[in-house]
Structure formats: C-alpha cells, structure tokens
Design a protein around this ligand. Structure first.
Ligand SMILES: Nc1nc2c(c(=O)[nH]1)N[C@H]1C(S)=C(S)[C@@H](COP(=O)(O)OP(=O)(O)OC[C@H]3O[C@@H](n4cnc5c(=O)[nH]c(N)nc54)[C@H](O)[C@@H]3O)O[C@H]1N2
Ligand SMILES: Nc1nc2c(c(=O)[nH]1)N[C@H]1C(S)=C(S)[C@@H](COP(=O)(O)OP(=O)(O)OC[C@H]3O[C@@H](n4cnc5c(=O)[nH]c(N)nc54)[C@H](O)[C@@H]3O)O[C@H]1N2
Ligand code: SF4
Ligand SMILES: [Mo]
Length: 711
C-alpha cells in the first residue's frame, strides 16, 4: 500500500452533512471517521457514513456502462458506444413523438450532491419536456400543497436553536437525520438544546429514539393526525392562546378555522386518536406558551391518509401562534453559498399553482414546483396516447422498488421503449434498464452541502466545500455530464439551472459548481479555505417590515369541506374497518439503510438481514404469533411475506416496517433472506390525495395471516 494521506470532506448520504476525515491510500478510501473540527456535526457520523468506502470500492459498485441484451442479461459496453446508441434512440423518440415522450426521475441522493440535484430538470426542460418527476412527490409534497393553500412567510421560520418549544410530528431525526436544523448531530444537538430549556413534544405512534427525549409524547393512533391536529387547534383557540396581534394583521379565515375545528373537541379527539385528553390539552398549552418554536412534520403525517389536510392543520398551528421571524429580528443565517435576498415580515399569499400548469393526462393532476407528480408516472407510461411517456431517464433513484404499487410501476418500466439509469450502484431499476450508466459517488465529485435549502437548514452562516477526494473509476462520468453528452449527440442545447452550457467544450464539474455559486455571499475560494467547514462572517441581516397587506389563508373552502367530512366520520376508536384490518402498517426508517441503499454491505448485513414487521408484544400474543414467525401481511390491495419482530416501542395496533427491501415482484419471495416490499400493499391510483396524487404510504390498514393461508 502506498502512503496514506488524510483529507477533509463531508458525508452526503443524507441531510446530516457530517464532517469527515478520510484516510486515502492508492487513490482509495481506507478509513472514515467523524471530523471533530466540524462546527455543526462535531465528530458525529453514523454507520452508513462510516461504511461509505464499501460503496465506492465494493462489489456492488458500477464502474462500467451496461446494456441489457435480448436475453435480459446486462453486458459491459464501451462508454461511447452506449452514449451513441442511447442518443440515437432518444433522438428518434423525440422526432416521432415529441419531447414530452421523454421523462426523468430524480431519486433522493442527488439532492445532497449539488450538481446532481440540478442536472435532470434543466436537461428535460432544454429538450422541451415537462415530464420531470422526483421522489419528493412520494415523500412530503403535502408541504408544497400546504404552502400553495395557506401561503408562506417570506422571512422564513424560527429555528429550533433559538426556540423554547418544538413539536415533532411523525419525524424521527435521531434516526432519519432529516429535520432542518436538527439534522446536524441530532442527538447531541437535541441534548444541548434540552439542557438549555427547550421543551420537546413528539407525536408518533412509536416511542421512537426521539420520543424518548420528549417532555411529552403523544402516541397517536396511526392515520389520525388530522383529528389530533384539529384537536390541538381547537384547544389553542378555545383557550385564547393564539397570537392575536399576529392573527389580526396576517391571518385571514380565523373564524372559518374556528368553526371548522369546533367539532374536534379534545374529548372527541382523545377517543378517535386514542391519546389522553389531558395530553392533548397539555401539548396545546405547552406549544402555545412558546413564545418561540414550531411544529415540524415528517413522513408520518405526510404519508398518511389525508396527508395534505394533516399538513395543512399542523402548519395552521404555526400560523395562529405566529411562529415566524418578525420585522427587526436578526436573520440567523443570511446565507453563505447563496445570494442574499430580502427577508420581509409578510405573507407570500397562497397561489394554488397546481391549477395553473399544464396538467397530467392522468386525472388532470397539475404540476407543483416544476414537477409532475410521481403518483401519475406509471399511468403516463401506460397511457394509450401517441405521446405517452416512452423514455425514462433515472438519475440516482430506484423507482422499481421505491414507488407505491410496485407491481404496476415495474410493469410500466417494462413498457418503456427506453429506460436509462444513471447510478453508481446496482439496484432493482438497473435490472430493468436498457442501459445503466455508472454514476459517481460522494468523495469522487466536488460539492457543497444543502445548497438549495441552506438558509433554512443551517441555523448559522455555515458553509463547506469539498473537492473530489479520490478519482472515480475511469469509465464513469458525473450525472450532468452524461446528459450533456446526450444533448450534444442529438444537437440540442442544455441549460443547467439557467446556465447555458457550451455544447462544444463542457466545463469541468469544479467550474460548473463555481458558476452555480456565482454571487454567493462568500466566494467559493474563501469557503474552500476551511476544509472542516466554517462559520463565516457575512453582513448582518434583519427582517424588514412588510410592504404589502397580504394574509395567510387558514381555512379555504376545499380544506373546510374535507375537514367536515372527517368530522362526519364520527369519533369511535374502532370501526367496522378494523374488524377486517386490525393493524396499521406505518413508515419506519432504520439507521442501517437509506431507502433501498446500503442493505447489502457486509457490515450492514451483519446487523440487519431483513426488514422485519415490528409489532407490540401484547398484539403479537393476542394474535397468537411469536417473534421470528414468518407471516403474510395482507392489505385490501396486496400481500407480502414478512418476519415478525417484537418491539414494545410500537404502539398497539401499529406495525412498523421499513421499505427498500424485497427485490422485484417476480423474484422468489423470501422474507428472511431478502425482506419484502411494503409498496406491494399500496393502491397508488385509488388510495391517494386529489391534488398531488400522493398515495397513502403510512397507516395502511392490514392484517397478519399465518404464512401460506389462503385468501
Ligand atoms: N413503502 C415505502 N416506500 C417509500 C418510502 C417509504 O417510507 N415507504 N419512502 C419514500 C421516500 S421518502 C423516498 S425519498 C423514496 C426514495 O426513492 P428513490 O430515490 O427512488 O430510492 P433510493 O433507494 O433512495 O435510491 C437512490 C439511488 O441513488 C443512488 N445514488 C447514491 N448516491 C448517488 C450519486 O451521487 N449520484 C447518483 N446519480 N446516484 C446516487 C443510489 O445508488 C440509489 O440507487 O422512496 C419512497 N418509497
Ligand atoms: N437512516 C435513514 N435515514 C433516512 C432515510 C432512511 O431510509 N434511513 N430516509 C431519508 C428520507 S428519503 C426521508 S424522506 C427522511 C424522512 O425522515 P422522517 O420523516 O423522520 O422518517 P422516519 O424516521 O421514518 O420517521 C417517521 C415517523 O413517523 C411515524 N409515523 C408513522 N405513521 C404515522 C402517523 O400516522 N402519524 C404520525 N404522527 N406519525 C407516524 C413513524 O413511527 C416514524 O417514527 O429520512 C431520511 N433519512
Ligand atoms: S448521518 Fe447522514 S451524513 Fe452523517 S454520516 Fe450518517 S449518512 Fe452520512
Ligand atoms: Mo424521502
């Protein structure tokens, strides 16, 4: 082995952005540890981050382009040959059916890789296609819908680091490391904040690692966030705990809100959501007392039934309690890597933009934030129309596994004339792809952390730059570069987030990143001088007074109508549905995997062989099952095998199971060896939200049957 050098960088597997110190020998990473000098993450790194070298250099790493032959097997192909062939087929599809026949799917990880994040949407737009999809719309796009219906505070939100109280709903940052400013060394950050007096309220059907740290934990019945949030609003308004001055100036529809939540008395909600009435009142009072602090939701409510309504109501708690920076307040992070922008103490009013863009051919579902909704993709591909989606380019994603109603998605992917995956690792989608272009991984590309959400995630003016630390395998390219190569071959321009790329001489990734950061508050060269990241002295910024009289819209008619329907369903804790479907399957993330990733690394396999169905011991006993039993989990839509596990942190009536396991539908179903995919239990076309086509992915009604029992 050659000499070992060390390099500083940061992990980009999740939002944690953990500072790391890498040992490098012979251009390979041979050691990874947390960087104690990193101002925010202070030495923290999780098991995935510590194992990342196995992703770069291990057996599942893709380092050669692959083409799928007529027998379905993939064989290596020269890069130029692959690009020529893909370009030819792409060109033909555009010529014959128009650019809208070409779609793109961006998965989770590109979000963290700076350049990868912007690569696909600009490319599709340059081709003239609006068919851009991302994992956000099978995740928390309820937040987009809420923004479009309530409005947005132009000065951002209060940070947890300056707050007195924080309410986490279906969000488990201690494991998911995905929670705004709580994403950075979450355990230590939360412990420090609690020592300083922060009160924590957690609403989650599991007593999660985060709930263990809470002052108040409401173990809500899965799927009852709408009732619980309405009950909290009821309690705040009934006791007059809202911020009256803020509401008088900035809120429209407060009376309508009051009327809409009137039926949701804490007593009624306590029954239906199965949470003690005293706890509902205590949570409402503790939250309203503030004076600072927000409700922050995660996938729990945003994947559950009526997710848009649930998100809307939780956000209303922030609004009526006025949990936003006010004129004259100092801005925590004016931004380091991005351009400064004025923060005004005013409402950017609701715009309902899903009604404005060109809708999908599927149920007339409109676009949001420049994206089409993932819940419509399979149908867009299977549509009978001439200009249906015929080609799909996937950048860093695994829709063949991650999409609800897996069978239908896989069927749709097989229907495509052209499926191209750009990914550094082999996955279920790769198995179906006509071409697999080997992507590059973290430590092989330059990056800055969380550029697109910088002022909302970093509570202080923090920034970091990492160069590529080790060379990528020679036959790989950066994601954006593959797309550039294709555009050049078909004679089209490529505008990368508004940067018109030179189609003769492409920039290097370093140069492209520098262009992306043009106009940053601190020049990239200066940021780069701080290898462990730095807290920068940027000009102080203060929230400016409002210039317009605009208001949040807390109870528009469509929201009121839906909430009325919920009230009419009544308050019983159990219903006829429960006799056939006594359990609710809830979303669950584990430290060892990241969606479908990392599960096959040796160190991970040692700790986690499969995705068990975790169940409360009393429920197991009552149903006559034991831990390790092999069972079938059955929904009204599908059936998957599963290994049971016993876990007293899961509330009764819930079963927690993580996703990202289970292979393809026609693989041998072996729950012990491969796990199973909960997406086979989900009816994505029918059991979904009207505006964003978001399927119900948590609180799914299920029952457990002994393995092999006939339906
Ligand atoms: N049943 C169920 N289904 C779910 C969920 C759930 O809770 N339950 N969660 C949903 C959520 S929240 C999400 S976000 C989606 C995730 O859906 P996807 O993003 O489609 O799935 P991932 O498994 O995260 O795939 C990410 C891919 O990115 C690749 N990758 C890693 N680093 C890079 C890189 O630097 N460049 C490129 N090009 N690729 C890279 C990985 O190898 C991997 O193949 O799944 C959703 N599906
Ligand atoms: N280690 C790891 N980290 C990850 C990921 C991963 O796969 N592994 N995935 C990443 C991705 S793509 C995302 S989007 C984020 C998500 O980040 P989080 O939203 O924090 O995801 P989870 O950790 O699954 O936490 C969701 C919580 O919701 C609870 N829940 C389930 N159903 C309900 C319900 O009906 N109501 C309420 N109130 N709660 C409910 C669950 O018990 C669970 O504790 O995490 C990211 N981070
Ligand atoms: S918490 Fe996220 S960023 Fe930090 S080491 Fe783990 S995977 Fe990487
Ligand atoms: Mo996600």
């Amino acid at each position: 082995m050659g000499e070992t050098r060390t390099a500083h960088s940061f992990c980009r597997i999740c939002s944690g952005s953990c500072g790391v110190v890498l040992d490098v020998a012979d251009d390979r990473i041979v050691g990874i540890r947390g960087d104690k000098a990193h101002p925010l993450t202070r030495g923290y790194a999780c098991i995935k981050g510590l194992q990342a070298a196995d992703m770069l250099h291990g057996p599942d790493r893709l380092s050669q382009p692959l083409r799928r032959g007529p027998d379905g097997r993939h064989v290596p192909i020269l890069l130029d040959e692959a690009l020529d062939e893909i370009a030819e087929r792409l060109g033909t599809i555009i010529d014959r059916f128009g650019p809208r026949a070409v779609a793109g799917w961006r998965g989770t990880n590109p979000w963290f890789q700076t350049l990868s994040h912007y690569a696909l949407p600009g490319w599709l737009a340059s081709l003239g296609s609006d068919q851009f999809y991302s994992s956000m719309t099978i995740d928390q796009s309820a937040k987009w819908v809420a923004m479009e219906r309530i409005g947005v505070w132009a000065a951002g939100r209060q940070f947890v680091t300056e707050s007195d109280v924080w309410m986490l709903v279906g969000n488990n940052p201690l494991v998911s490391v995905s929670a705004g400013a709580l994403s950075f060394n979450p355990q230590k950050t939360l412990r420090d904040l609690k020592a300083r007096g922060l009160k924590l309220i957690v609403i989650d059907p599991r007593r999660t690692q985060t709930a263990e740290m809470a002052d108040l934990h409401l173990a809500v019945r899965p799927g009852e966030d709408v009732t619980l949030a309405a009950g909290l609003l009821h309690a705040v308004l009934a006791e007059g705990l809202e911020d009256r001055e803020f509401c008088d100036t900035f809120v429209a529809g407060l009376d309508a809100l009051r009327a809409a939540v009137a039926p949701f008395t804490p007593a009624a909600v306590a029954e239906r959501a199965d949470v003690p009435q005293e706890d509902i009142l205590a949570a409402a009072r503790l939250f309203a007392a503030g004076p600072k602090g927000c409700v922050q939701t995660g996938t729990g409510p945003d994947m559950g039934p009526r997710s848009n309504l649930a998100e809307h109501l939780y956000e209303c708690l922030n609004v009526i309690c006025g949990r936003f920076p006010r004129a004259g307040d100092r801005v925590g992070n004016p931004g380091v890597m991005s351009r400064p922008f004025p923060r005004r103490a005013q409402v950017a009013p609701p715009r309902r933009r899903w009604q404005q863009g060109r809708p999908s051919r599927v149920r007339g579902i409109g676009p949001l934030q420049g994206e089409m909704m993932a819940g419509t993709l399979a149908e867009e591909i299977m549509a009978p129309d001439e200009d249906r989606v015929r080609a799909l380019f996937v950048v860093g994603g695994n829709p063949a596994s991650s999409m609800p109603d897996q069978q239908r998605m896989v069927e749709a992917l097989r229907e495509l004339d052209l499926l191209v995956l750009i990914d550094p690792a082999w996955n279920e989608t790769a198995r179906l792809a006509d071409f697999v272009l080997p992507g590059r991984l973290l430590y092989e590309v330059p990056a800055v952390p969380l550029l697109n959400v910088e002022p909302y995630f970093f509570p202080i003016p923090f920034a970091q730059y990492t160069p590529a630390v080790v060379p990528a395998p020679p036959e790989t390219r950066d994601d954006w570069r593959y797309l550039w190569e294709l555009s050049r071959r078909i004679g089209r321009p490529y505008s990368f987030n508004g940067i018109a790329l030179d189609m003769e001489a492409p920039p290097t990734s370093e140069a492209l990143l520098a262009r992306l950061l043009e106009g940053a508050q601190v020049p990239l060269e200066e940021i780069a001088r701080h290898p462990s990241g730095g807290v920068f002295e940027v000009p102080e910024q203060f929230v400016e007074p409002s210039t317009r009289e605009t208001r949040f819209e807390v109870m528009p008619a469509d929201v009121a109508a839906e909430l009325g329907t919920v009230a009419q369903e009544g308050w019983a804790r159990t219903s006829a549905v429960d006799a056939a479907w006594p359990f609710r399957l809830i979303v669950h993330r584990v430290r060892e995997t990241y969606n479908g990733q990392y599960r096959d690394l040796p160190a991970i396999r040692k700790r986690l062989q499969t995705n068990r169905a975790w169940c409360h011991p009393d429920d197991l006993a009552a149903a006559g099952f034991a831990p390790d039993d092999l069972v079938d989990i059955v929904s009204a839509f599908g059936r998957i095998p599963a290994v049971l596990g016993e876990d007293a942190s899961v509330r009764r009536g819930a079963i927690a199971m993580t996703h990202g396991f289970g292979g393809l539908p026609d693989d041998p179903q072996d729950a012990q060896a491969r796990g199973a995919n909960p997406n086979r239990l989900i009816d994505a076309a029918r059991d979904c939200e009207p505006i964003n086509a978001m399927p119900r992915m948590s609180a799914i009604p299920i029952r457990i049957e002994p393995k092999g029992q006939a339906r």
